[in-house]
Design a protein around this ligand. Structure first.
Ligand code: FAD
Length: 464
């Protein structure tokens, strides 16, 4: 009997638990559901949607070369999935459907409804654990979810050590007498996203992972915070769509640590990947996070500023704070932003402009090619001090100090804020008027000291 595997944000053939388990039971067929209206409602960027389409096209070609039929259903919303999948199963005689669960509320509801409909029609559903490095829930001794990252990480690492397994192989070639669905062609044009930076080529993606692990992973701890010469992997768009499997990443880390005679348990890059698991698991435990609510309920009472002009300046990279503007322009021009800059830009919006974190969260999601609901929500709530294990409210990043520390010779700023090209490296960080007059660069939208004091006061008021 042919087993149908439904791929969602796990768009790959290799290192796929559902594909491996399903294949043990019979021939394979694959399914992808396009739900553009739903993705649009979830604020997914056109860059991410374009990369997704291209990955689907490539994945289908790969599957068809192995005689594995890959159906691509053009739907609109998650609510279209139950009937469409049921009809597909009935048409092709599929009696068993496999997938890896997803944890945010809409996705979980979708999966529940699909399972309900299929089961009612005698089609079995095999729902596997989410697509994480440690997929089972990581719980404390009381069986409760961790609310702080460090103890979560300790337990996570211990579980990983005990269960670590190599990446799963690609499925094998199937017999040739299977009829294959019509090929899917992406509809996006070449300007939809930076294909030069994130090609939809599974071979290239894998090479990118292994090269990063061989060349950069050992220097990650020391150099990851400097945006001018990124020593991070830039694999996030692929991890967000699941073009890269979690076991593949761990395997590459263990391999390169082994070559350098380093203990893989101490890999700082691995620890960063644990944040991905942490935030994704939180979505499952705390459904409020999927409903635009803060993790700390008392922070619902923060009096955020209504300031469309300042928000627009932030979005466009015209705040008058060079490092913030360079960061936002990097985002607008490439669909990606360096992690250190995400923290600086988010702290600037939520603390110095005191603008609601949900506005920033939405803008990032609409613009990022790696927009991922759990990581984005976690990052924003961390920055705004409203979240789980968040930065304390009195921790307000000083953009000038951050800039001096992490872009000391202004190389990154000059790349994205060309107005400041001629400015001396020592003076480039300071949003002072002298700088502005020299170059025609915009005036600062806030006074740092006053804005910082106002932000701290707004959070202190919550205690009363
Ligand atoms: P690397 O440093 O190479 O890390 C490897 C992978 O680990 C990343 O690709 C990502 O999958 C994961 N990862 C790393 N840091 C984090 C983290 N703090 N939280 C969760 N996962 C992490 N990451 C996203 O993938 N999508 C988002 O929409 C997103 N929004 C963010 C918003 C804010 C305000 C902040 C502060 C962070 C956000 N992050 C998000 C986390 C982080 O900035 C990016 O994952 C990282 O910059 C991606 O670059 P990289 O692939 O080179 O990361």
């Amino acid at each position: 009997i042919t087993q149908l595997v439904w791929l969602r944000n796990d768009l790959r053939l290799g290192d796929h638990p559902a594909i491996v388990s399903a294949h043990q039971q019979g021939n394979l067929a694959l399914l992808v559901c396009l739900t553009p209206e739903q993705w649009h409602e979830h604020n997914e960027s056109s860059a991410k949607c374009a990369l997704r389409e291209q990955l689907i096209e490539t994945l289908q070609q790969q599957a068809h070369a192995l005689n594995i039929p890959c159906h691509v259903l053009a739907l609109q919303r998650f609510s279209d999935c139950p009937e469409a999948i049921k009809a597909l199963c009935q048409q092709h005689g599929y009696q068993q459907v496999w997938w890896q669960n997803e944890l945010p509320v809409h996705e979980a509801q979708r999966d529940h409804k699909v399972a309900e409909t299929l089961t009612a029609h005698n089609i079995e559903c095999q729902q596997l654990a989410p697509d994480l490095i440690v997929s089972g829930p990581v719980l404390n001794q009381q069986g409760q979810p961790f609310k702080v990252f460090t103890p979560f990480y300790k337990r996570w690492l211990a579980t990983l050590s005990a269960t670590v397994s190599p990446a799963y192989d690609l499925p094998q070639q199937q017999s040739a007498d299977i009829s294959l669905p019509e090929p899917f062609h992406h509809t996006t044009d070449s300007t939809s996203y930076r294909e030069d930076l994130w090609p939809a080529d599974y071979q290239v993606i894998r090479e990118k992972l292994w090269q990063f692990c061989h060349r950069k992973e050992q220097h990650y701890d020391e150099l990851r915070d400097f945006p001018a010469k990124p020593y991070t992997s830039t694999l996030s768009p692929y991890l967000a769509l699941g073009a890269l499997g979690p076991r593949e990443c761990v395997e590459a880390i263990i391999h390169s640590c082994g070559e350098g005679e380093r203990d893989w348990h101490t890999s700082v890059w691995l620890k960063e990947l644990a944040w991905r698991d942490f935030y994704k698991q939180l979505m499952g435990f705390f459904p409020d996070l999927s409903k635009s609510l803060p993790f700390k309920p008392e922070t619902q009472r923060v009096q955020w500023n209504h300031n469309p002009a300042a928000f627009k300046a932030w979005c466009e990279g015209n705040t008058g704070f060079p490092i913030v503007d360079a960061a936002m322009r990097q985002l607008n021009q490439t669909g990606w932003m360096h992690n250190r800059l995400r923290m600086i830009a988010a702290s600037f919006l939520t603390k110095l402009l005191l603008i609601d974190w949900r506005q920033g969260e939405k803008y990032f999601m609409e613009t990022l090619i790696d927009g991922e609901f759990a990581a984005n929500n976690g990052g924003w709530q961390w920055s705004a001090s409203t979240g789980c294990d968040a930065a304390p409210y009195f921790r307000v990043f000083n953009p000038t100090r951050q800039s001096e520390r992490f872009d000391p010779d202004g190389q990154f700023i000059k790349k994205f804020v060309p107005e400041l090209k001629g400015v001396d490296s020592k003076k480039i960080h300071d949003p002072s008027s002298a700088l502005r007059q020299q170059t025609g660069y915009c005036a600062p939208v806030v006074d740092y000291k006053k804005a910082r004091a106002d932000a701290i006061a707004a959070f202190e008021n919550l205690k009363q």
